[in-house]
Ligand binder design. Structure first.
Ligand SMILES: [Fe+2]
Ligand SMILES: [Fe+2]
Length: 415
């Protein structure tokens, strides 16, 4: 075990141990509520009662409630834009395969989903039929998804703006990806209006804190986020196609084309990584690759295990769904990352299970009526146990991987 490996794993462990979200540009609520969820509860109850109060649908256009931004746990991201400019400067970086980016730009310009996101009257009718606890769960699902999509929009938009001079092609792709994410966020926000809620995205843009990630971390994290988003959407879509009785709300019918946007976004990040071989070809790249895989998979698993009611509500087994998504995402990721986790080893799943149990105890401590000193004392051994599980998962023998397509592109860098 190298010092860097330990440091990386410890950092991951510590982040998760304090139950903060370490998911980058999350899709579909992969952010974890803050420490022990204690602070979240009263607000969630308040929102739940608001949703219940709305059970009888109000007159059209009235009764929309603004969701308090404190209910959300989004992470908005920012990066070192000057370093980004250098990375995509064709004079500095000889690895930039401009023809690949030109081809990708054409693909994005085609705008396959230009007319896809059109709503029907089915939406409001379906939302009105969702009552009881499930209604609240749907609202939360829409809210978290919308925030996550919007987070991608903000980052891509800014990258599109900042890279315009250095690399207009890459810049335009970012702008077109921000177009997609804005569409996704907007569609989800309209979904919220079916439940008489609205998310003030302008306010969120100004009020949220932005988390800083260096460019290379943005690449790993965003690649994973897009690909995991793709696998989540497509898995839900296929499941509901086979089991239409669980098709409670029509938004899921849009996931087939929608997930292709996420897939294309992921492919673009794959091309960006290939254009920066220094982020893929050394031992540090392998350690960081595993670190980001672990962060993203564990965060999703812990989050979803707290929201089993949603997945059960649409007829999915939460843990089976998550494991399927993790395995598929990992297989996709192995085509580009130089190392990934051995998630198909049953021991990985056992470790996730133990983390879920520890996390439940952490949440219970957060929700208890004890004072904060007692709570913090009780959290220490649990956080240590979670950290040790994370470290153990990080140190499991990895799967050495790499891209076939990358090998063709840069033969000297075959792994
Ligand atoms: Fe999206
Ligand atoms: Fe995306």
């Amino acid at each position: 075990m190298t010092a860097a490996a330990a440091a990386a794993a410890a950092a991951a462990a510590m982040e998760l141990a304090v139950a903060k979200s370490i998911n980058p540009i999350a899709k579909f609520g992969r952010s974890t509520p803050k420490a022990g969820c204690g602070a979240m509860r009263p607000l969630l109850r308040a929102r739940a009662s608001a949703a219940t109060a709305e059970a009888a649908p109000p007159a059209r256009g009235k009764g929309k409630k603004e969701i308090k931004e404190t209910l959300l746990t989004p992470r908005f991201y920012t990066t070192d834009f000057e370093e980004m400019e250098q990375l995509f400067n064709k004079e500095i970086n000889q690895s930039l395969n401009q023809s690949e980016f030109d081809a990708l730009l054409n693909e994005f310009k085609t705008d396959y989903n230009q007319t896809h996101f059109v709503r029907s009257s089915e939406f409001k009718e379906a939302a009105d039929k969702i009552q009881g606890p499930l209604r609240q769960i749907f609202v939360e699902f829409l809210e978290r998804s919308c925030t996550a999509e919007f987070s991608g929009f903000l980052l891509y938009k800014e990258l599109g703006r900042r890279l315009k001079k250095t690399n207009p092609v890459v810049a335009e792709i970012f702008s077109l990806m921000s177009r997609d994410e804005a569409r996704h966020a907007g569609f989800l926000n309209k979904g919220l209006s079916d439940f008489n809620f609205a998310l003030d995205l302008g306010f969120l843009t100004k009020a949220r804190k932005y988390t800083f990630f260096k460019p290379k971390f943005i690449f790993y994290a965003t690649y994973l986020s897009e690909k995991i988003g793709y696998w989540r959407y497509i898995t839900i879509y296929r499941h509901l196609k086979e089991n239409p009785k669980y098709q409670l709300y029509p938004i899921f019918k849009y996931f087939e084309n929608w997930c292709q946007d996420e897939n294309r976004h992921g492919d673009f990040f794959s091309a960006l990584l290939k254009a920066q071989p220094q982020f893929l070809n050394d031992w540090k790249a392998k350690l960081w690759s595993r670190f980001f895989c672990l962060s993203v998979y564990v965060t999703m698993y812990l989050n979803d295990c707290q929201r089993t009611a949603f997945y059960e509500g649409i007829g999915l087994n939460t843990k089976e769904f998550d494991m399927h998504v993790i395995i598929e995402t990992n297989r996709t990721t192995a085509r580009i990352f130089p190392a990934v986790l051995d998630v198909e080893n049953p021991e990985f799943k056992r470790k996730l299970e133990r983390m879920v149990e520890i996390n439940k105890k952490l949440i219970a401590v957060g929700e208890s009526d004890e004072n904060s000193v007692v709570k913090n004392l009780k959290r220490i051994p649990l956080a240590a146990a979670l950290a040790s599980e994370l470290l153990a998962a990080y140190l499991m023998p990895p799967v050495e991987s790499g891209s076939v397509d990358f090998a063709e592109f840069e033969p000297q860098l075959v792994y």
